[in-house]
Design a protein around this ligand. Structure first.
Ligand code: TXA
Ligand code: MG
Length: 320
């Protein structure tokens, strides 16, 4: 199969309607999309990603109305959050109704839903008469893609079309919450911060203990480059200890350090801006992973705002 990168939502729609996979841009990361009502098509997502079957997918819809059609209840907290954050990088987990097949939810009775804030994705979704199941468009455990050619590099020959929406503006996955008996539980840190959520909910979030049959934190290794990666809050010490004889790159939050000239330094945001750091995170990791380094050393960010979500990704990326 030849993998084409293009800007035609009509072409994407035709392929999806025919049961094919299409990589789609979202504001967070690129997704690998299929028609949720087509069991075979959704099955291809798992094959192409080599993703375990019990790991459920996020369903992307064009708006609140379309979301309500997939659930048995849409509680007031969901209403509040959806009105404030959709379209946007917030995924809400709710009890599914029978329109949503088990093949989308990994057999769970709940479904994860969001409305992406990306013009091409929205245009595509509005043109379809089915929602799209879409996990991030990377092979299982690898770094999520934020540019069309990163998708192509990883999935070339395995999908027919990549809808080109340029670089993803947020660069980090959606925040995931579930709602149960009026309580809102944070299942995955992401592009919407806990503070932003709590400001809207006016009640504290419940922090997930990471339990249950399938949940976002269940895999220790994730978001992970092929190059060995060390995640640390003491870059200087790690460089001193590890770097001799190794072709090394360091990924830093805002400031370059006094390091041997042979160590490549990449800064995520010279302004110290968390949004910018998030937007550059996966892009930088993809670039560094393609340059034949022996070792990547990544600096722990301050645990504020998006720093938490970024640190969570880097900790998993370091896991082997
Ligand atoms: O920003 C994003 O969320 C991107 C874009 C493409 O929308 N998607 C994404 O999908 O990150 P994925 O599959 O890489 O991560 C989805 C996470 C998984 O960890 C999965 O376990 C969790 O969502 N999830 C999906 N359905 C769930 C459910 N019913 N209950 C609990 N967790 C669920
Ligand atoms: Mg993913």
């Amino acid at each position: 199969m030849k993998t084409i990168i293009g800007k035609s939502t009509a072409k994407a729609a035709a392929l999806l309607a025919a049961g094919e996979l299409v990589a789609i841009p979202t504001e967070t990361v690129y997704g690998l999309a299929a028609n949720i009502f087509n069991k075979k098509a959704v099955g291809k997502i798992y094959q192409v990603k080599r993703r375990p079957r019990f790991n459920p997918l996020i369903v992307h819809v064009a708006g609140i109305q379309a979301a309500k059609e997939l659930v048995s209840t849409f509680p007031p907290q969901a209403e509040l959050l959806a009105k404030k954050f959709w379209p946007g990088p917030l995924t809400i987990v709710l009890p599914k109704n029978k329109k949503v097949g088990d093949w989308v939810t990994g057999g769970q009775s709940t479904v994860a839903i969001r409305v992406p804030a990306q013009p091409l994705a929205l245009r595509l979704l509005r043109s379809l008469d089915f929602p799209l199941a879409a996990p991030s468009a990377n092979p299982f455990t690898y770094i999520s893609p934020v540019k069309p050619r990163q998708v192509k590099k990883m999935l070339d020959g395995r999908i027919g079309y990549i809808l080109d929406g340029g670089k993803c503006s947020r660069g980090i996955e959606s925040t995931i919450v579930s709602i149960h008996h009026g309580k809102v539980t944070l299942l995955r840190q992401g592009a919407v911060t806990e503070k932003e959520l709590e400001a809207v909910l006016k009640i504290p979030l419940v922090r997930s203990a990471g339990k249950g049959p399938a949940h976002p934190g269940m895999f220790k290794r994730h978001y992970s480059p092929h190059t060995p990666l060390i995640f640390t809050d003491d870059i200087l010490r790690v460089v001193e200890k590890e770097y001799s004889g190794k072709k090394t790159a360091v990924l830093l939050f805002r400031k370059r350090l006094h390091l041997p000239a042979s160590v490549k330094q990449v800064v995520l945001s010279t302004a110290g801006n968390m949004e910018e750091a998030a937007a550059n995170l996966y892009d930088s990791l993809h670039q560094l992973d393609n340059k034949g380094y022996d070792l990547l050393i990544c600096e722990k960010l301050p645990e504020r705002k998006l720093g938490k979500a970024i640190n969570e990704r880097l900790a998993k990326a370091a896991s082997r």
